[in-house]
Design a protein around this ligand. Structure first.
Ligand code: RNT
Ligand code: ZN
Length: 419
């Protein structure tokens, strides 16, 4: 037995005394796939020849050296991040990450062949792929309205984009044997007080109906729709508000995307899962971290993340929730950003799987709220880290902070050379 195994054996005993089976928790954890967002690797720029992120009310701040400039670089960086993360996961591509061989291919012209490089890479690495239409960083999005635009020409352009994205995702799903989730997020909104809140919503719903009128088998492709409270430049009104998106999703049997940075700061998406689970089949999570005005800081192991993991586990939602990450920090090493967020997410899930939930529920039912709070507090200092380290060892990834040294080596020999 090495040190890690010895520590695990002791931890296992302590959890067993509470009726918790650590081996079972680890088996369950191994089935969970996290979808890593490609856009953390290059500050949401993509590979169209444009200027990168130009509108849409989202912003990547910072100029840390070494961002990926090509699809090859982005894939190499993602490979590095995956080598620090226990388990097999997924990668989430935005439409602007096409490989167009230097030719201009507009958003209404993209085809599966422009994403063949991603499909080949995913196949080789046994990853699933997810997909996103890009309704921002484009002259036809500069007005702030896309699928909800009053201009038929603008709407038609973006409807075609949405249709093509679904076709591309279906090709990915077919090639990889796992459905590709397409997340529809449109930044549409107004900076100042609207005179008509309804008409843009009707236009957006009609545009979406048109996009979804093409039937695609669910074993290849799934549609999700993401709501938001406000963005930079859409402070007063967002067409895709929570109620609008929730209503559309329920009526049309789509997946509801909940981004943890898209609600009022005191509102936590974790609180919403149980209620929504009664009426919505599947969720897509954009796990993020809001800080004041920003909704996209690197995910860390904080109370909010713990809450998300706990509610997923306690409500039996791991099979019904697609867990994706969504943040973009350009002030730190981007491989580290992926690694920190994904490891935090998995660690939070592990903590939730190690909860003595039967005991807590029994005491709650009996009205013993003193015990409930006391045990919840005690659980926070249980030897979770010994179980986590053991998991990392069994999955052959660096233990504890060892990944940081590995990341530095790569940064020095590869990323820092990108000038
Ligand atoms: C923006 C949404 C959306 C984007 C990505 C890049 O507020 O969260 O999911 O972050 O599509
Ligand atoms: Zn999001």
């Amino acid at each position: 037995m090495n040190k890690i195994e010895k520590a695990y054996a002791l931890a296992k005993e302590q959890y067993a005394a509470l009726g918790v089976d650590t081996d079972a928790a680890l088996r369950k954890l191994a089935t969970v796939k996290i979808s890593l967002h490609c856009w953390q690797g290059d500050d949401v720029r993509g590979f169209e020849s444009g200027d990168g992120l130009t509108d849409g009310g989202i912003l990547a701040t910072g100029n840390y050296p070494g961002r990926a400039r090509t699809a090859e670089e982005l894939r190499a960086d993602a490979d590095k991040a995956f080598s620090f993360i226990p388990g097999k996961h997924r990668f989430n591509i935005h439409a602007i990450y096409l490989e167009n061989g230097g030719k201009k291919v507009d958003r209404d012209e993209i085809e599966p062949k422009h994403f063949q490089g991603w499909i080949d890479w995913a196949k080789e690495n046994k990853l699933g792929l997810d997909f996103n239409p890009t309704y921002f960083s484009h002259p036809l999005a500069a007005s702030g309205l896309t699928l909800a635009s009053p201009s038929k020409k603008v709407r038609d352009f973006w409807i075609e984009h949405g249709k093509r994205c679904r076709t591309i995702a279906a090709a990915m799903g077919r090639a990889l044997g796992t459905p590709s989730v397409v997340n529809f997020w449109m930044p549409d909104g107004y900076k100042d007080i609207p005179a008509d809140r309804l008409a843009p919503r009707k236009r957006m719903a009609e545009s979406l109906d048109e996009i979804f009128s093409v039937e695609i088998p669910k074993r290849y492709e799934l549609d999700a729709f993401e709501c938001k409270l406000f963005g930079i430049g859409s402070e007063s009104y967002v067409v895709g508000s929570h109620e609008f998106v929730m209503g559309y999703v329920m009526k049309n049997n789509k997946i509801l995307t909940l981004d943890s940075g898209h609600f009022h700061p005191t509102e936590q998406i974790a609180d919403k899962f149980s209620a929504l689970s009664m009426y919505v089949d599947e969720f897509l999570l954009h796990v993020s971290r809001g800080v004041r005005w920003d909704s996209d800081h690197v995910v860390i192991w904080n109370d909010e993340l713990r809450g998300i993991a706990e509610e997923l586990v306690r409500n039996n939602l791991l099979e019904r929730a697609h867990i994706g990450l969504d943040y973009f920090d350009a002030t730190i090493n981007r491989i580290a950003a992926w690694t920190i967020g994904t490891r935090a997410m998995l660690k939070a899930l592990l903590a939730a799987l190690l909860d003595p939930i039967k005991d807590l529920r029994r005491m709650e039912k009996e009205g013993d709220f003193t015990y409930r709070l006391a045990l919840m507090e005690e659980m926070k200092s249980m030897p979770l880290c010994d179980v986590w380290n053991y998991y990392c060892q069994t999955k052959d990834v660096p233990i504890g902070r060892a990944w940081i040294d590995e990341m530095r080596k790569y940064e020095e020999s590869v990323q820092s050379k990108r000038v």
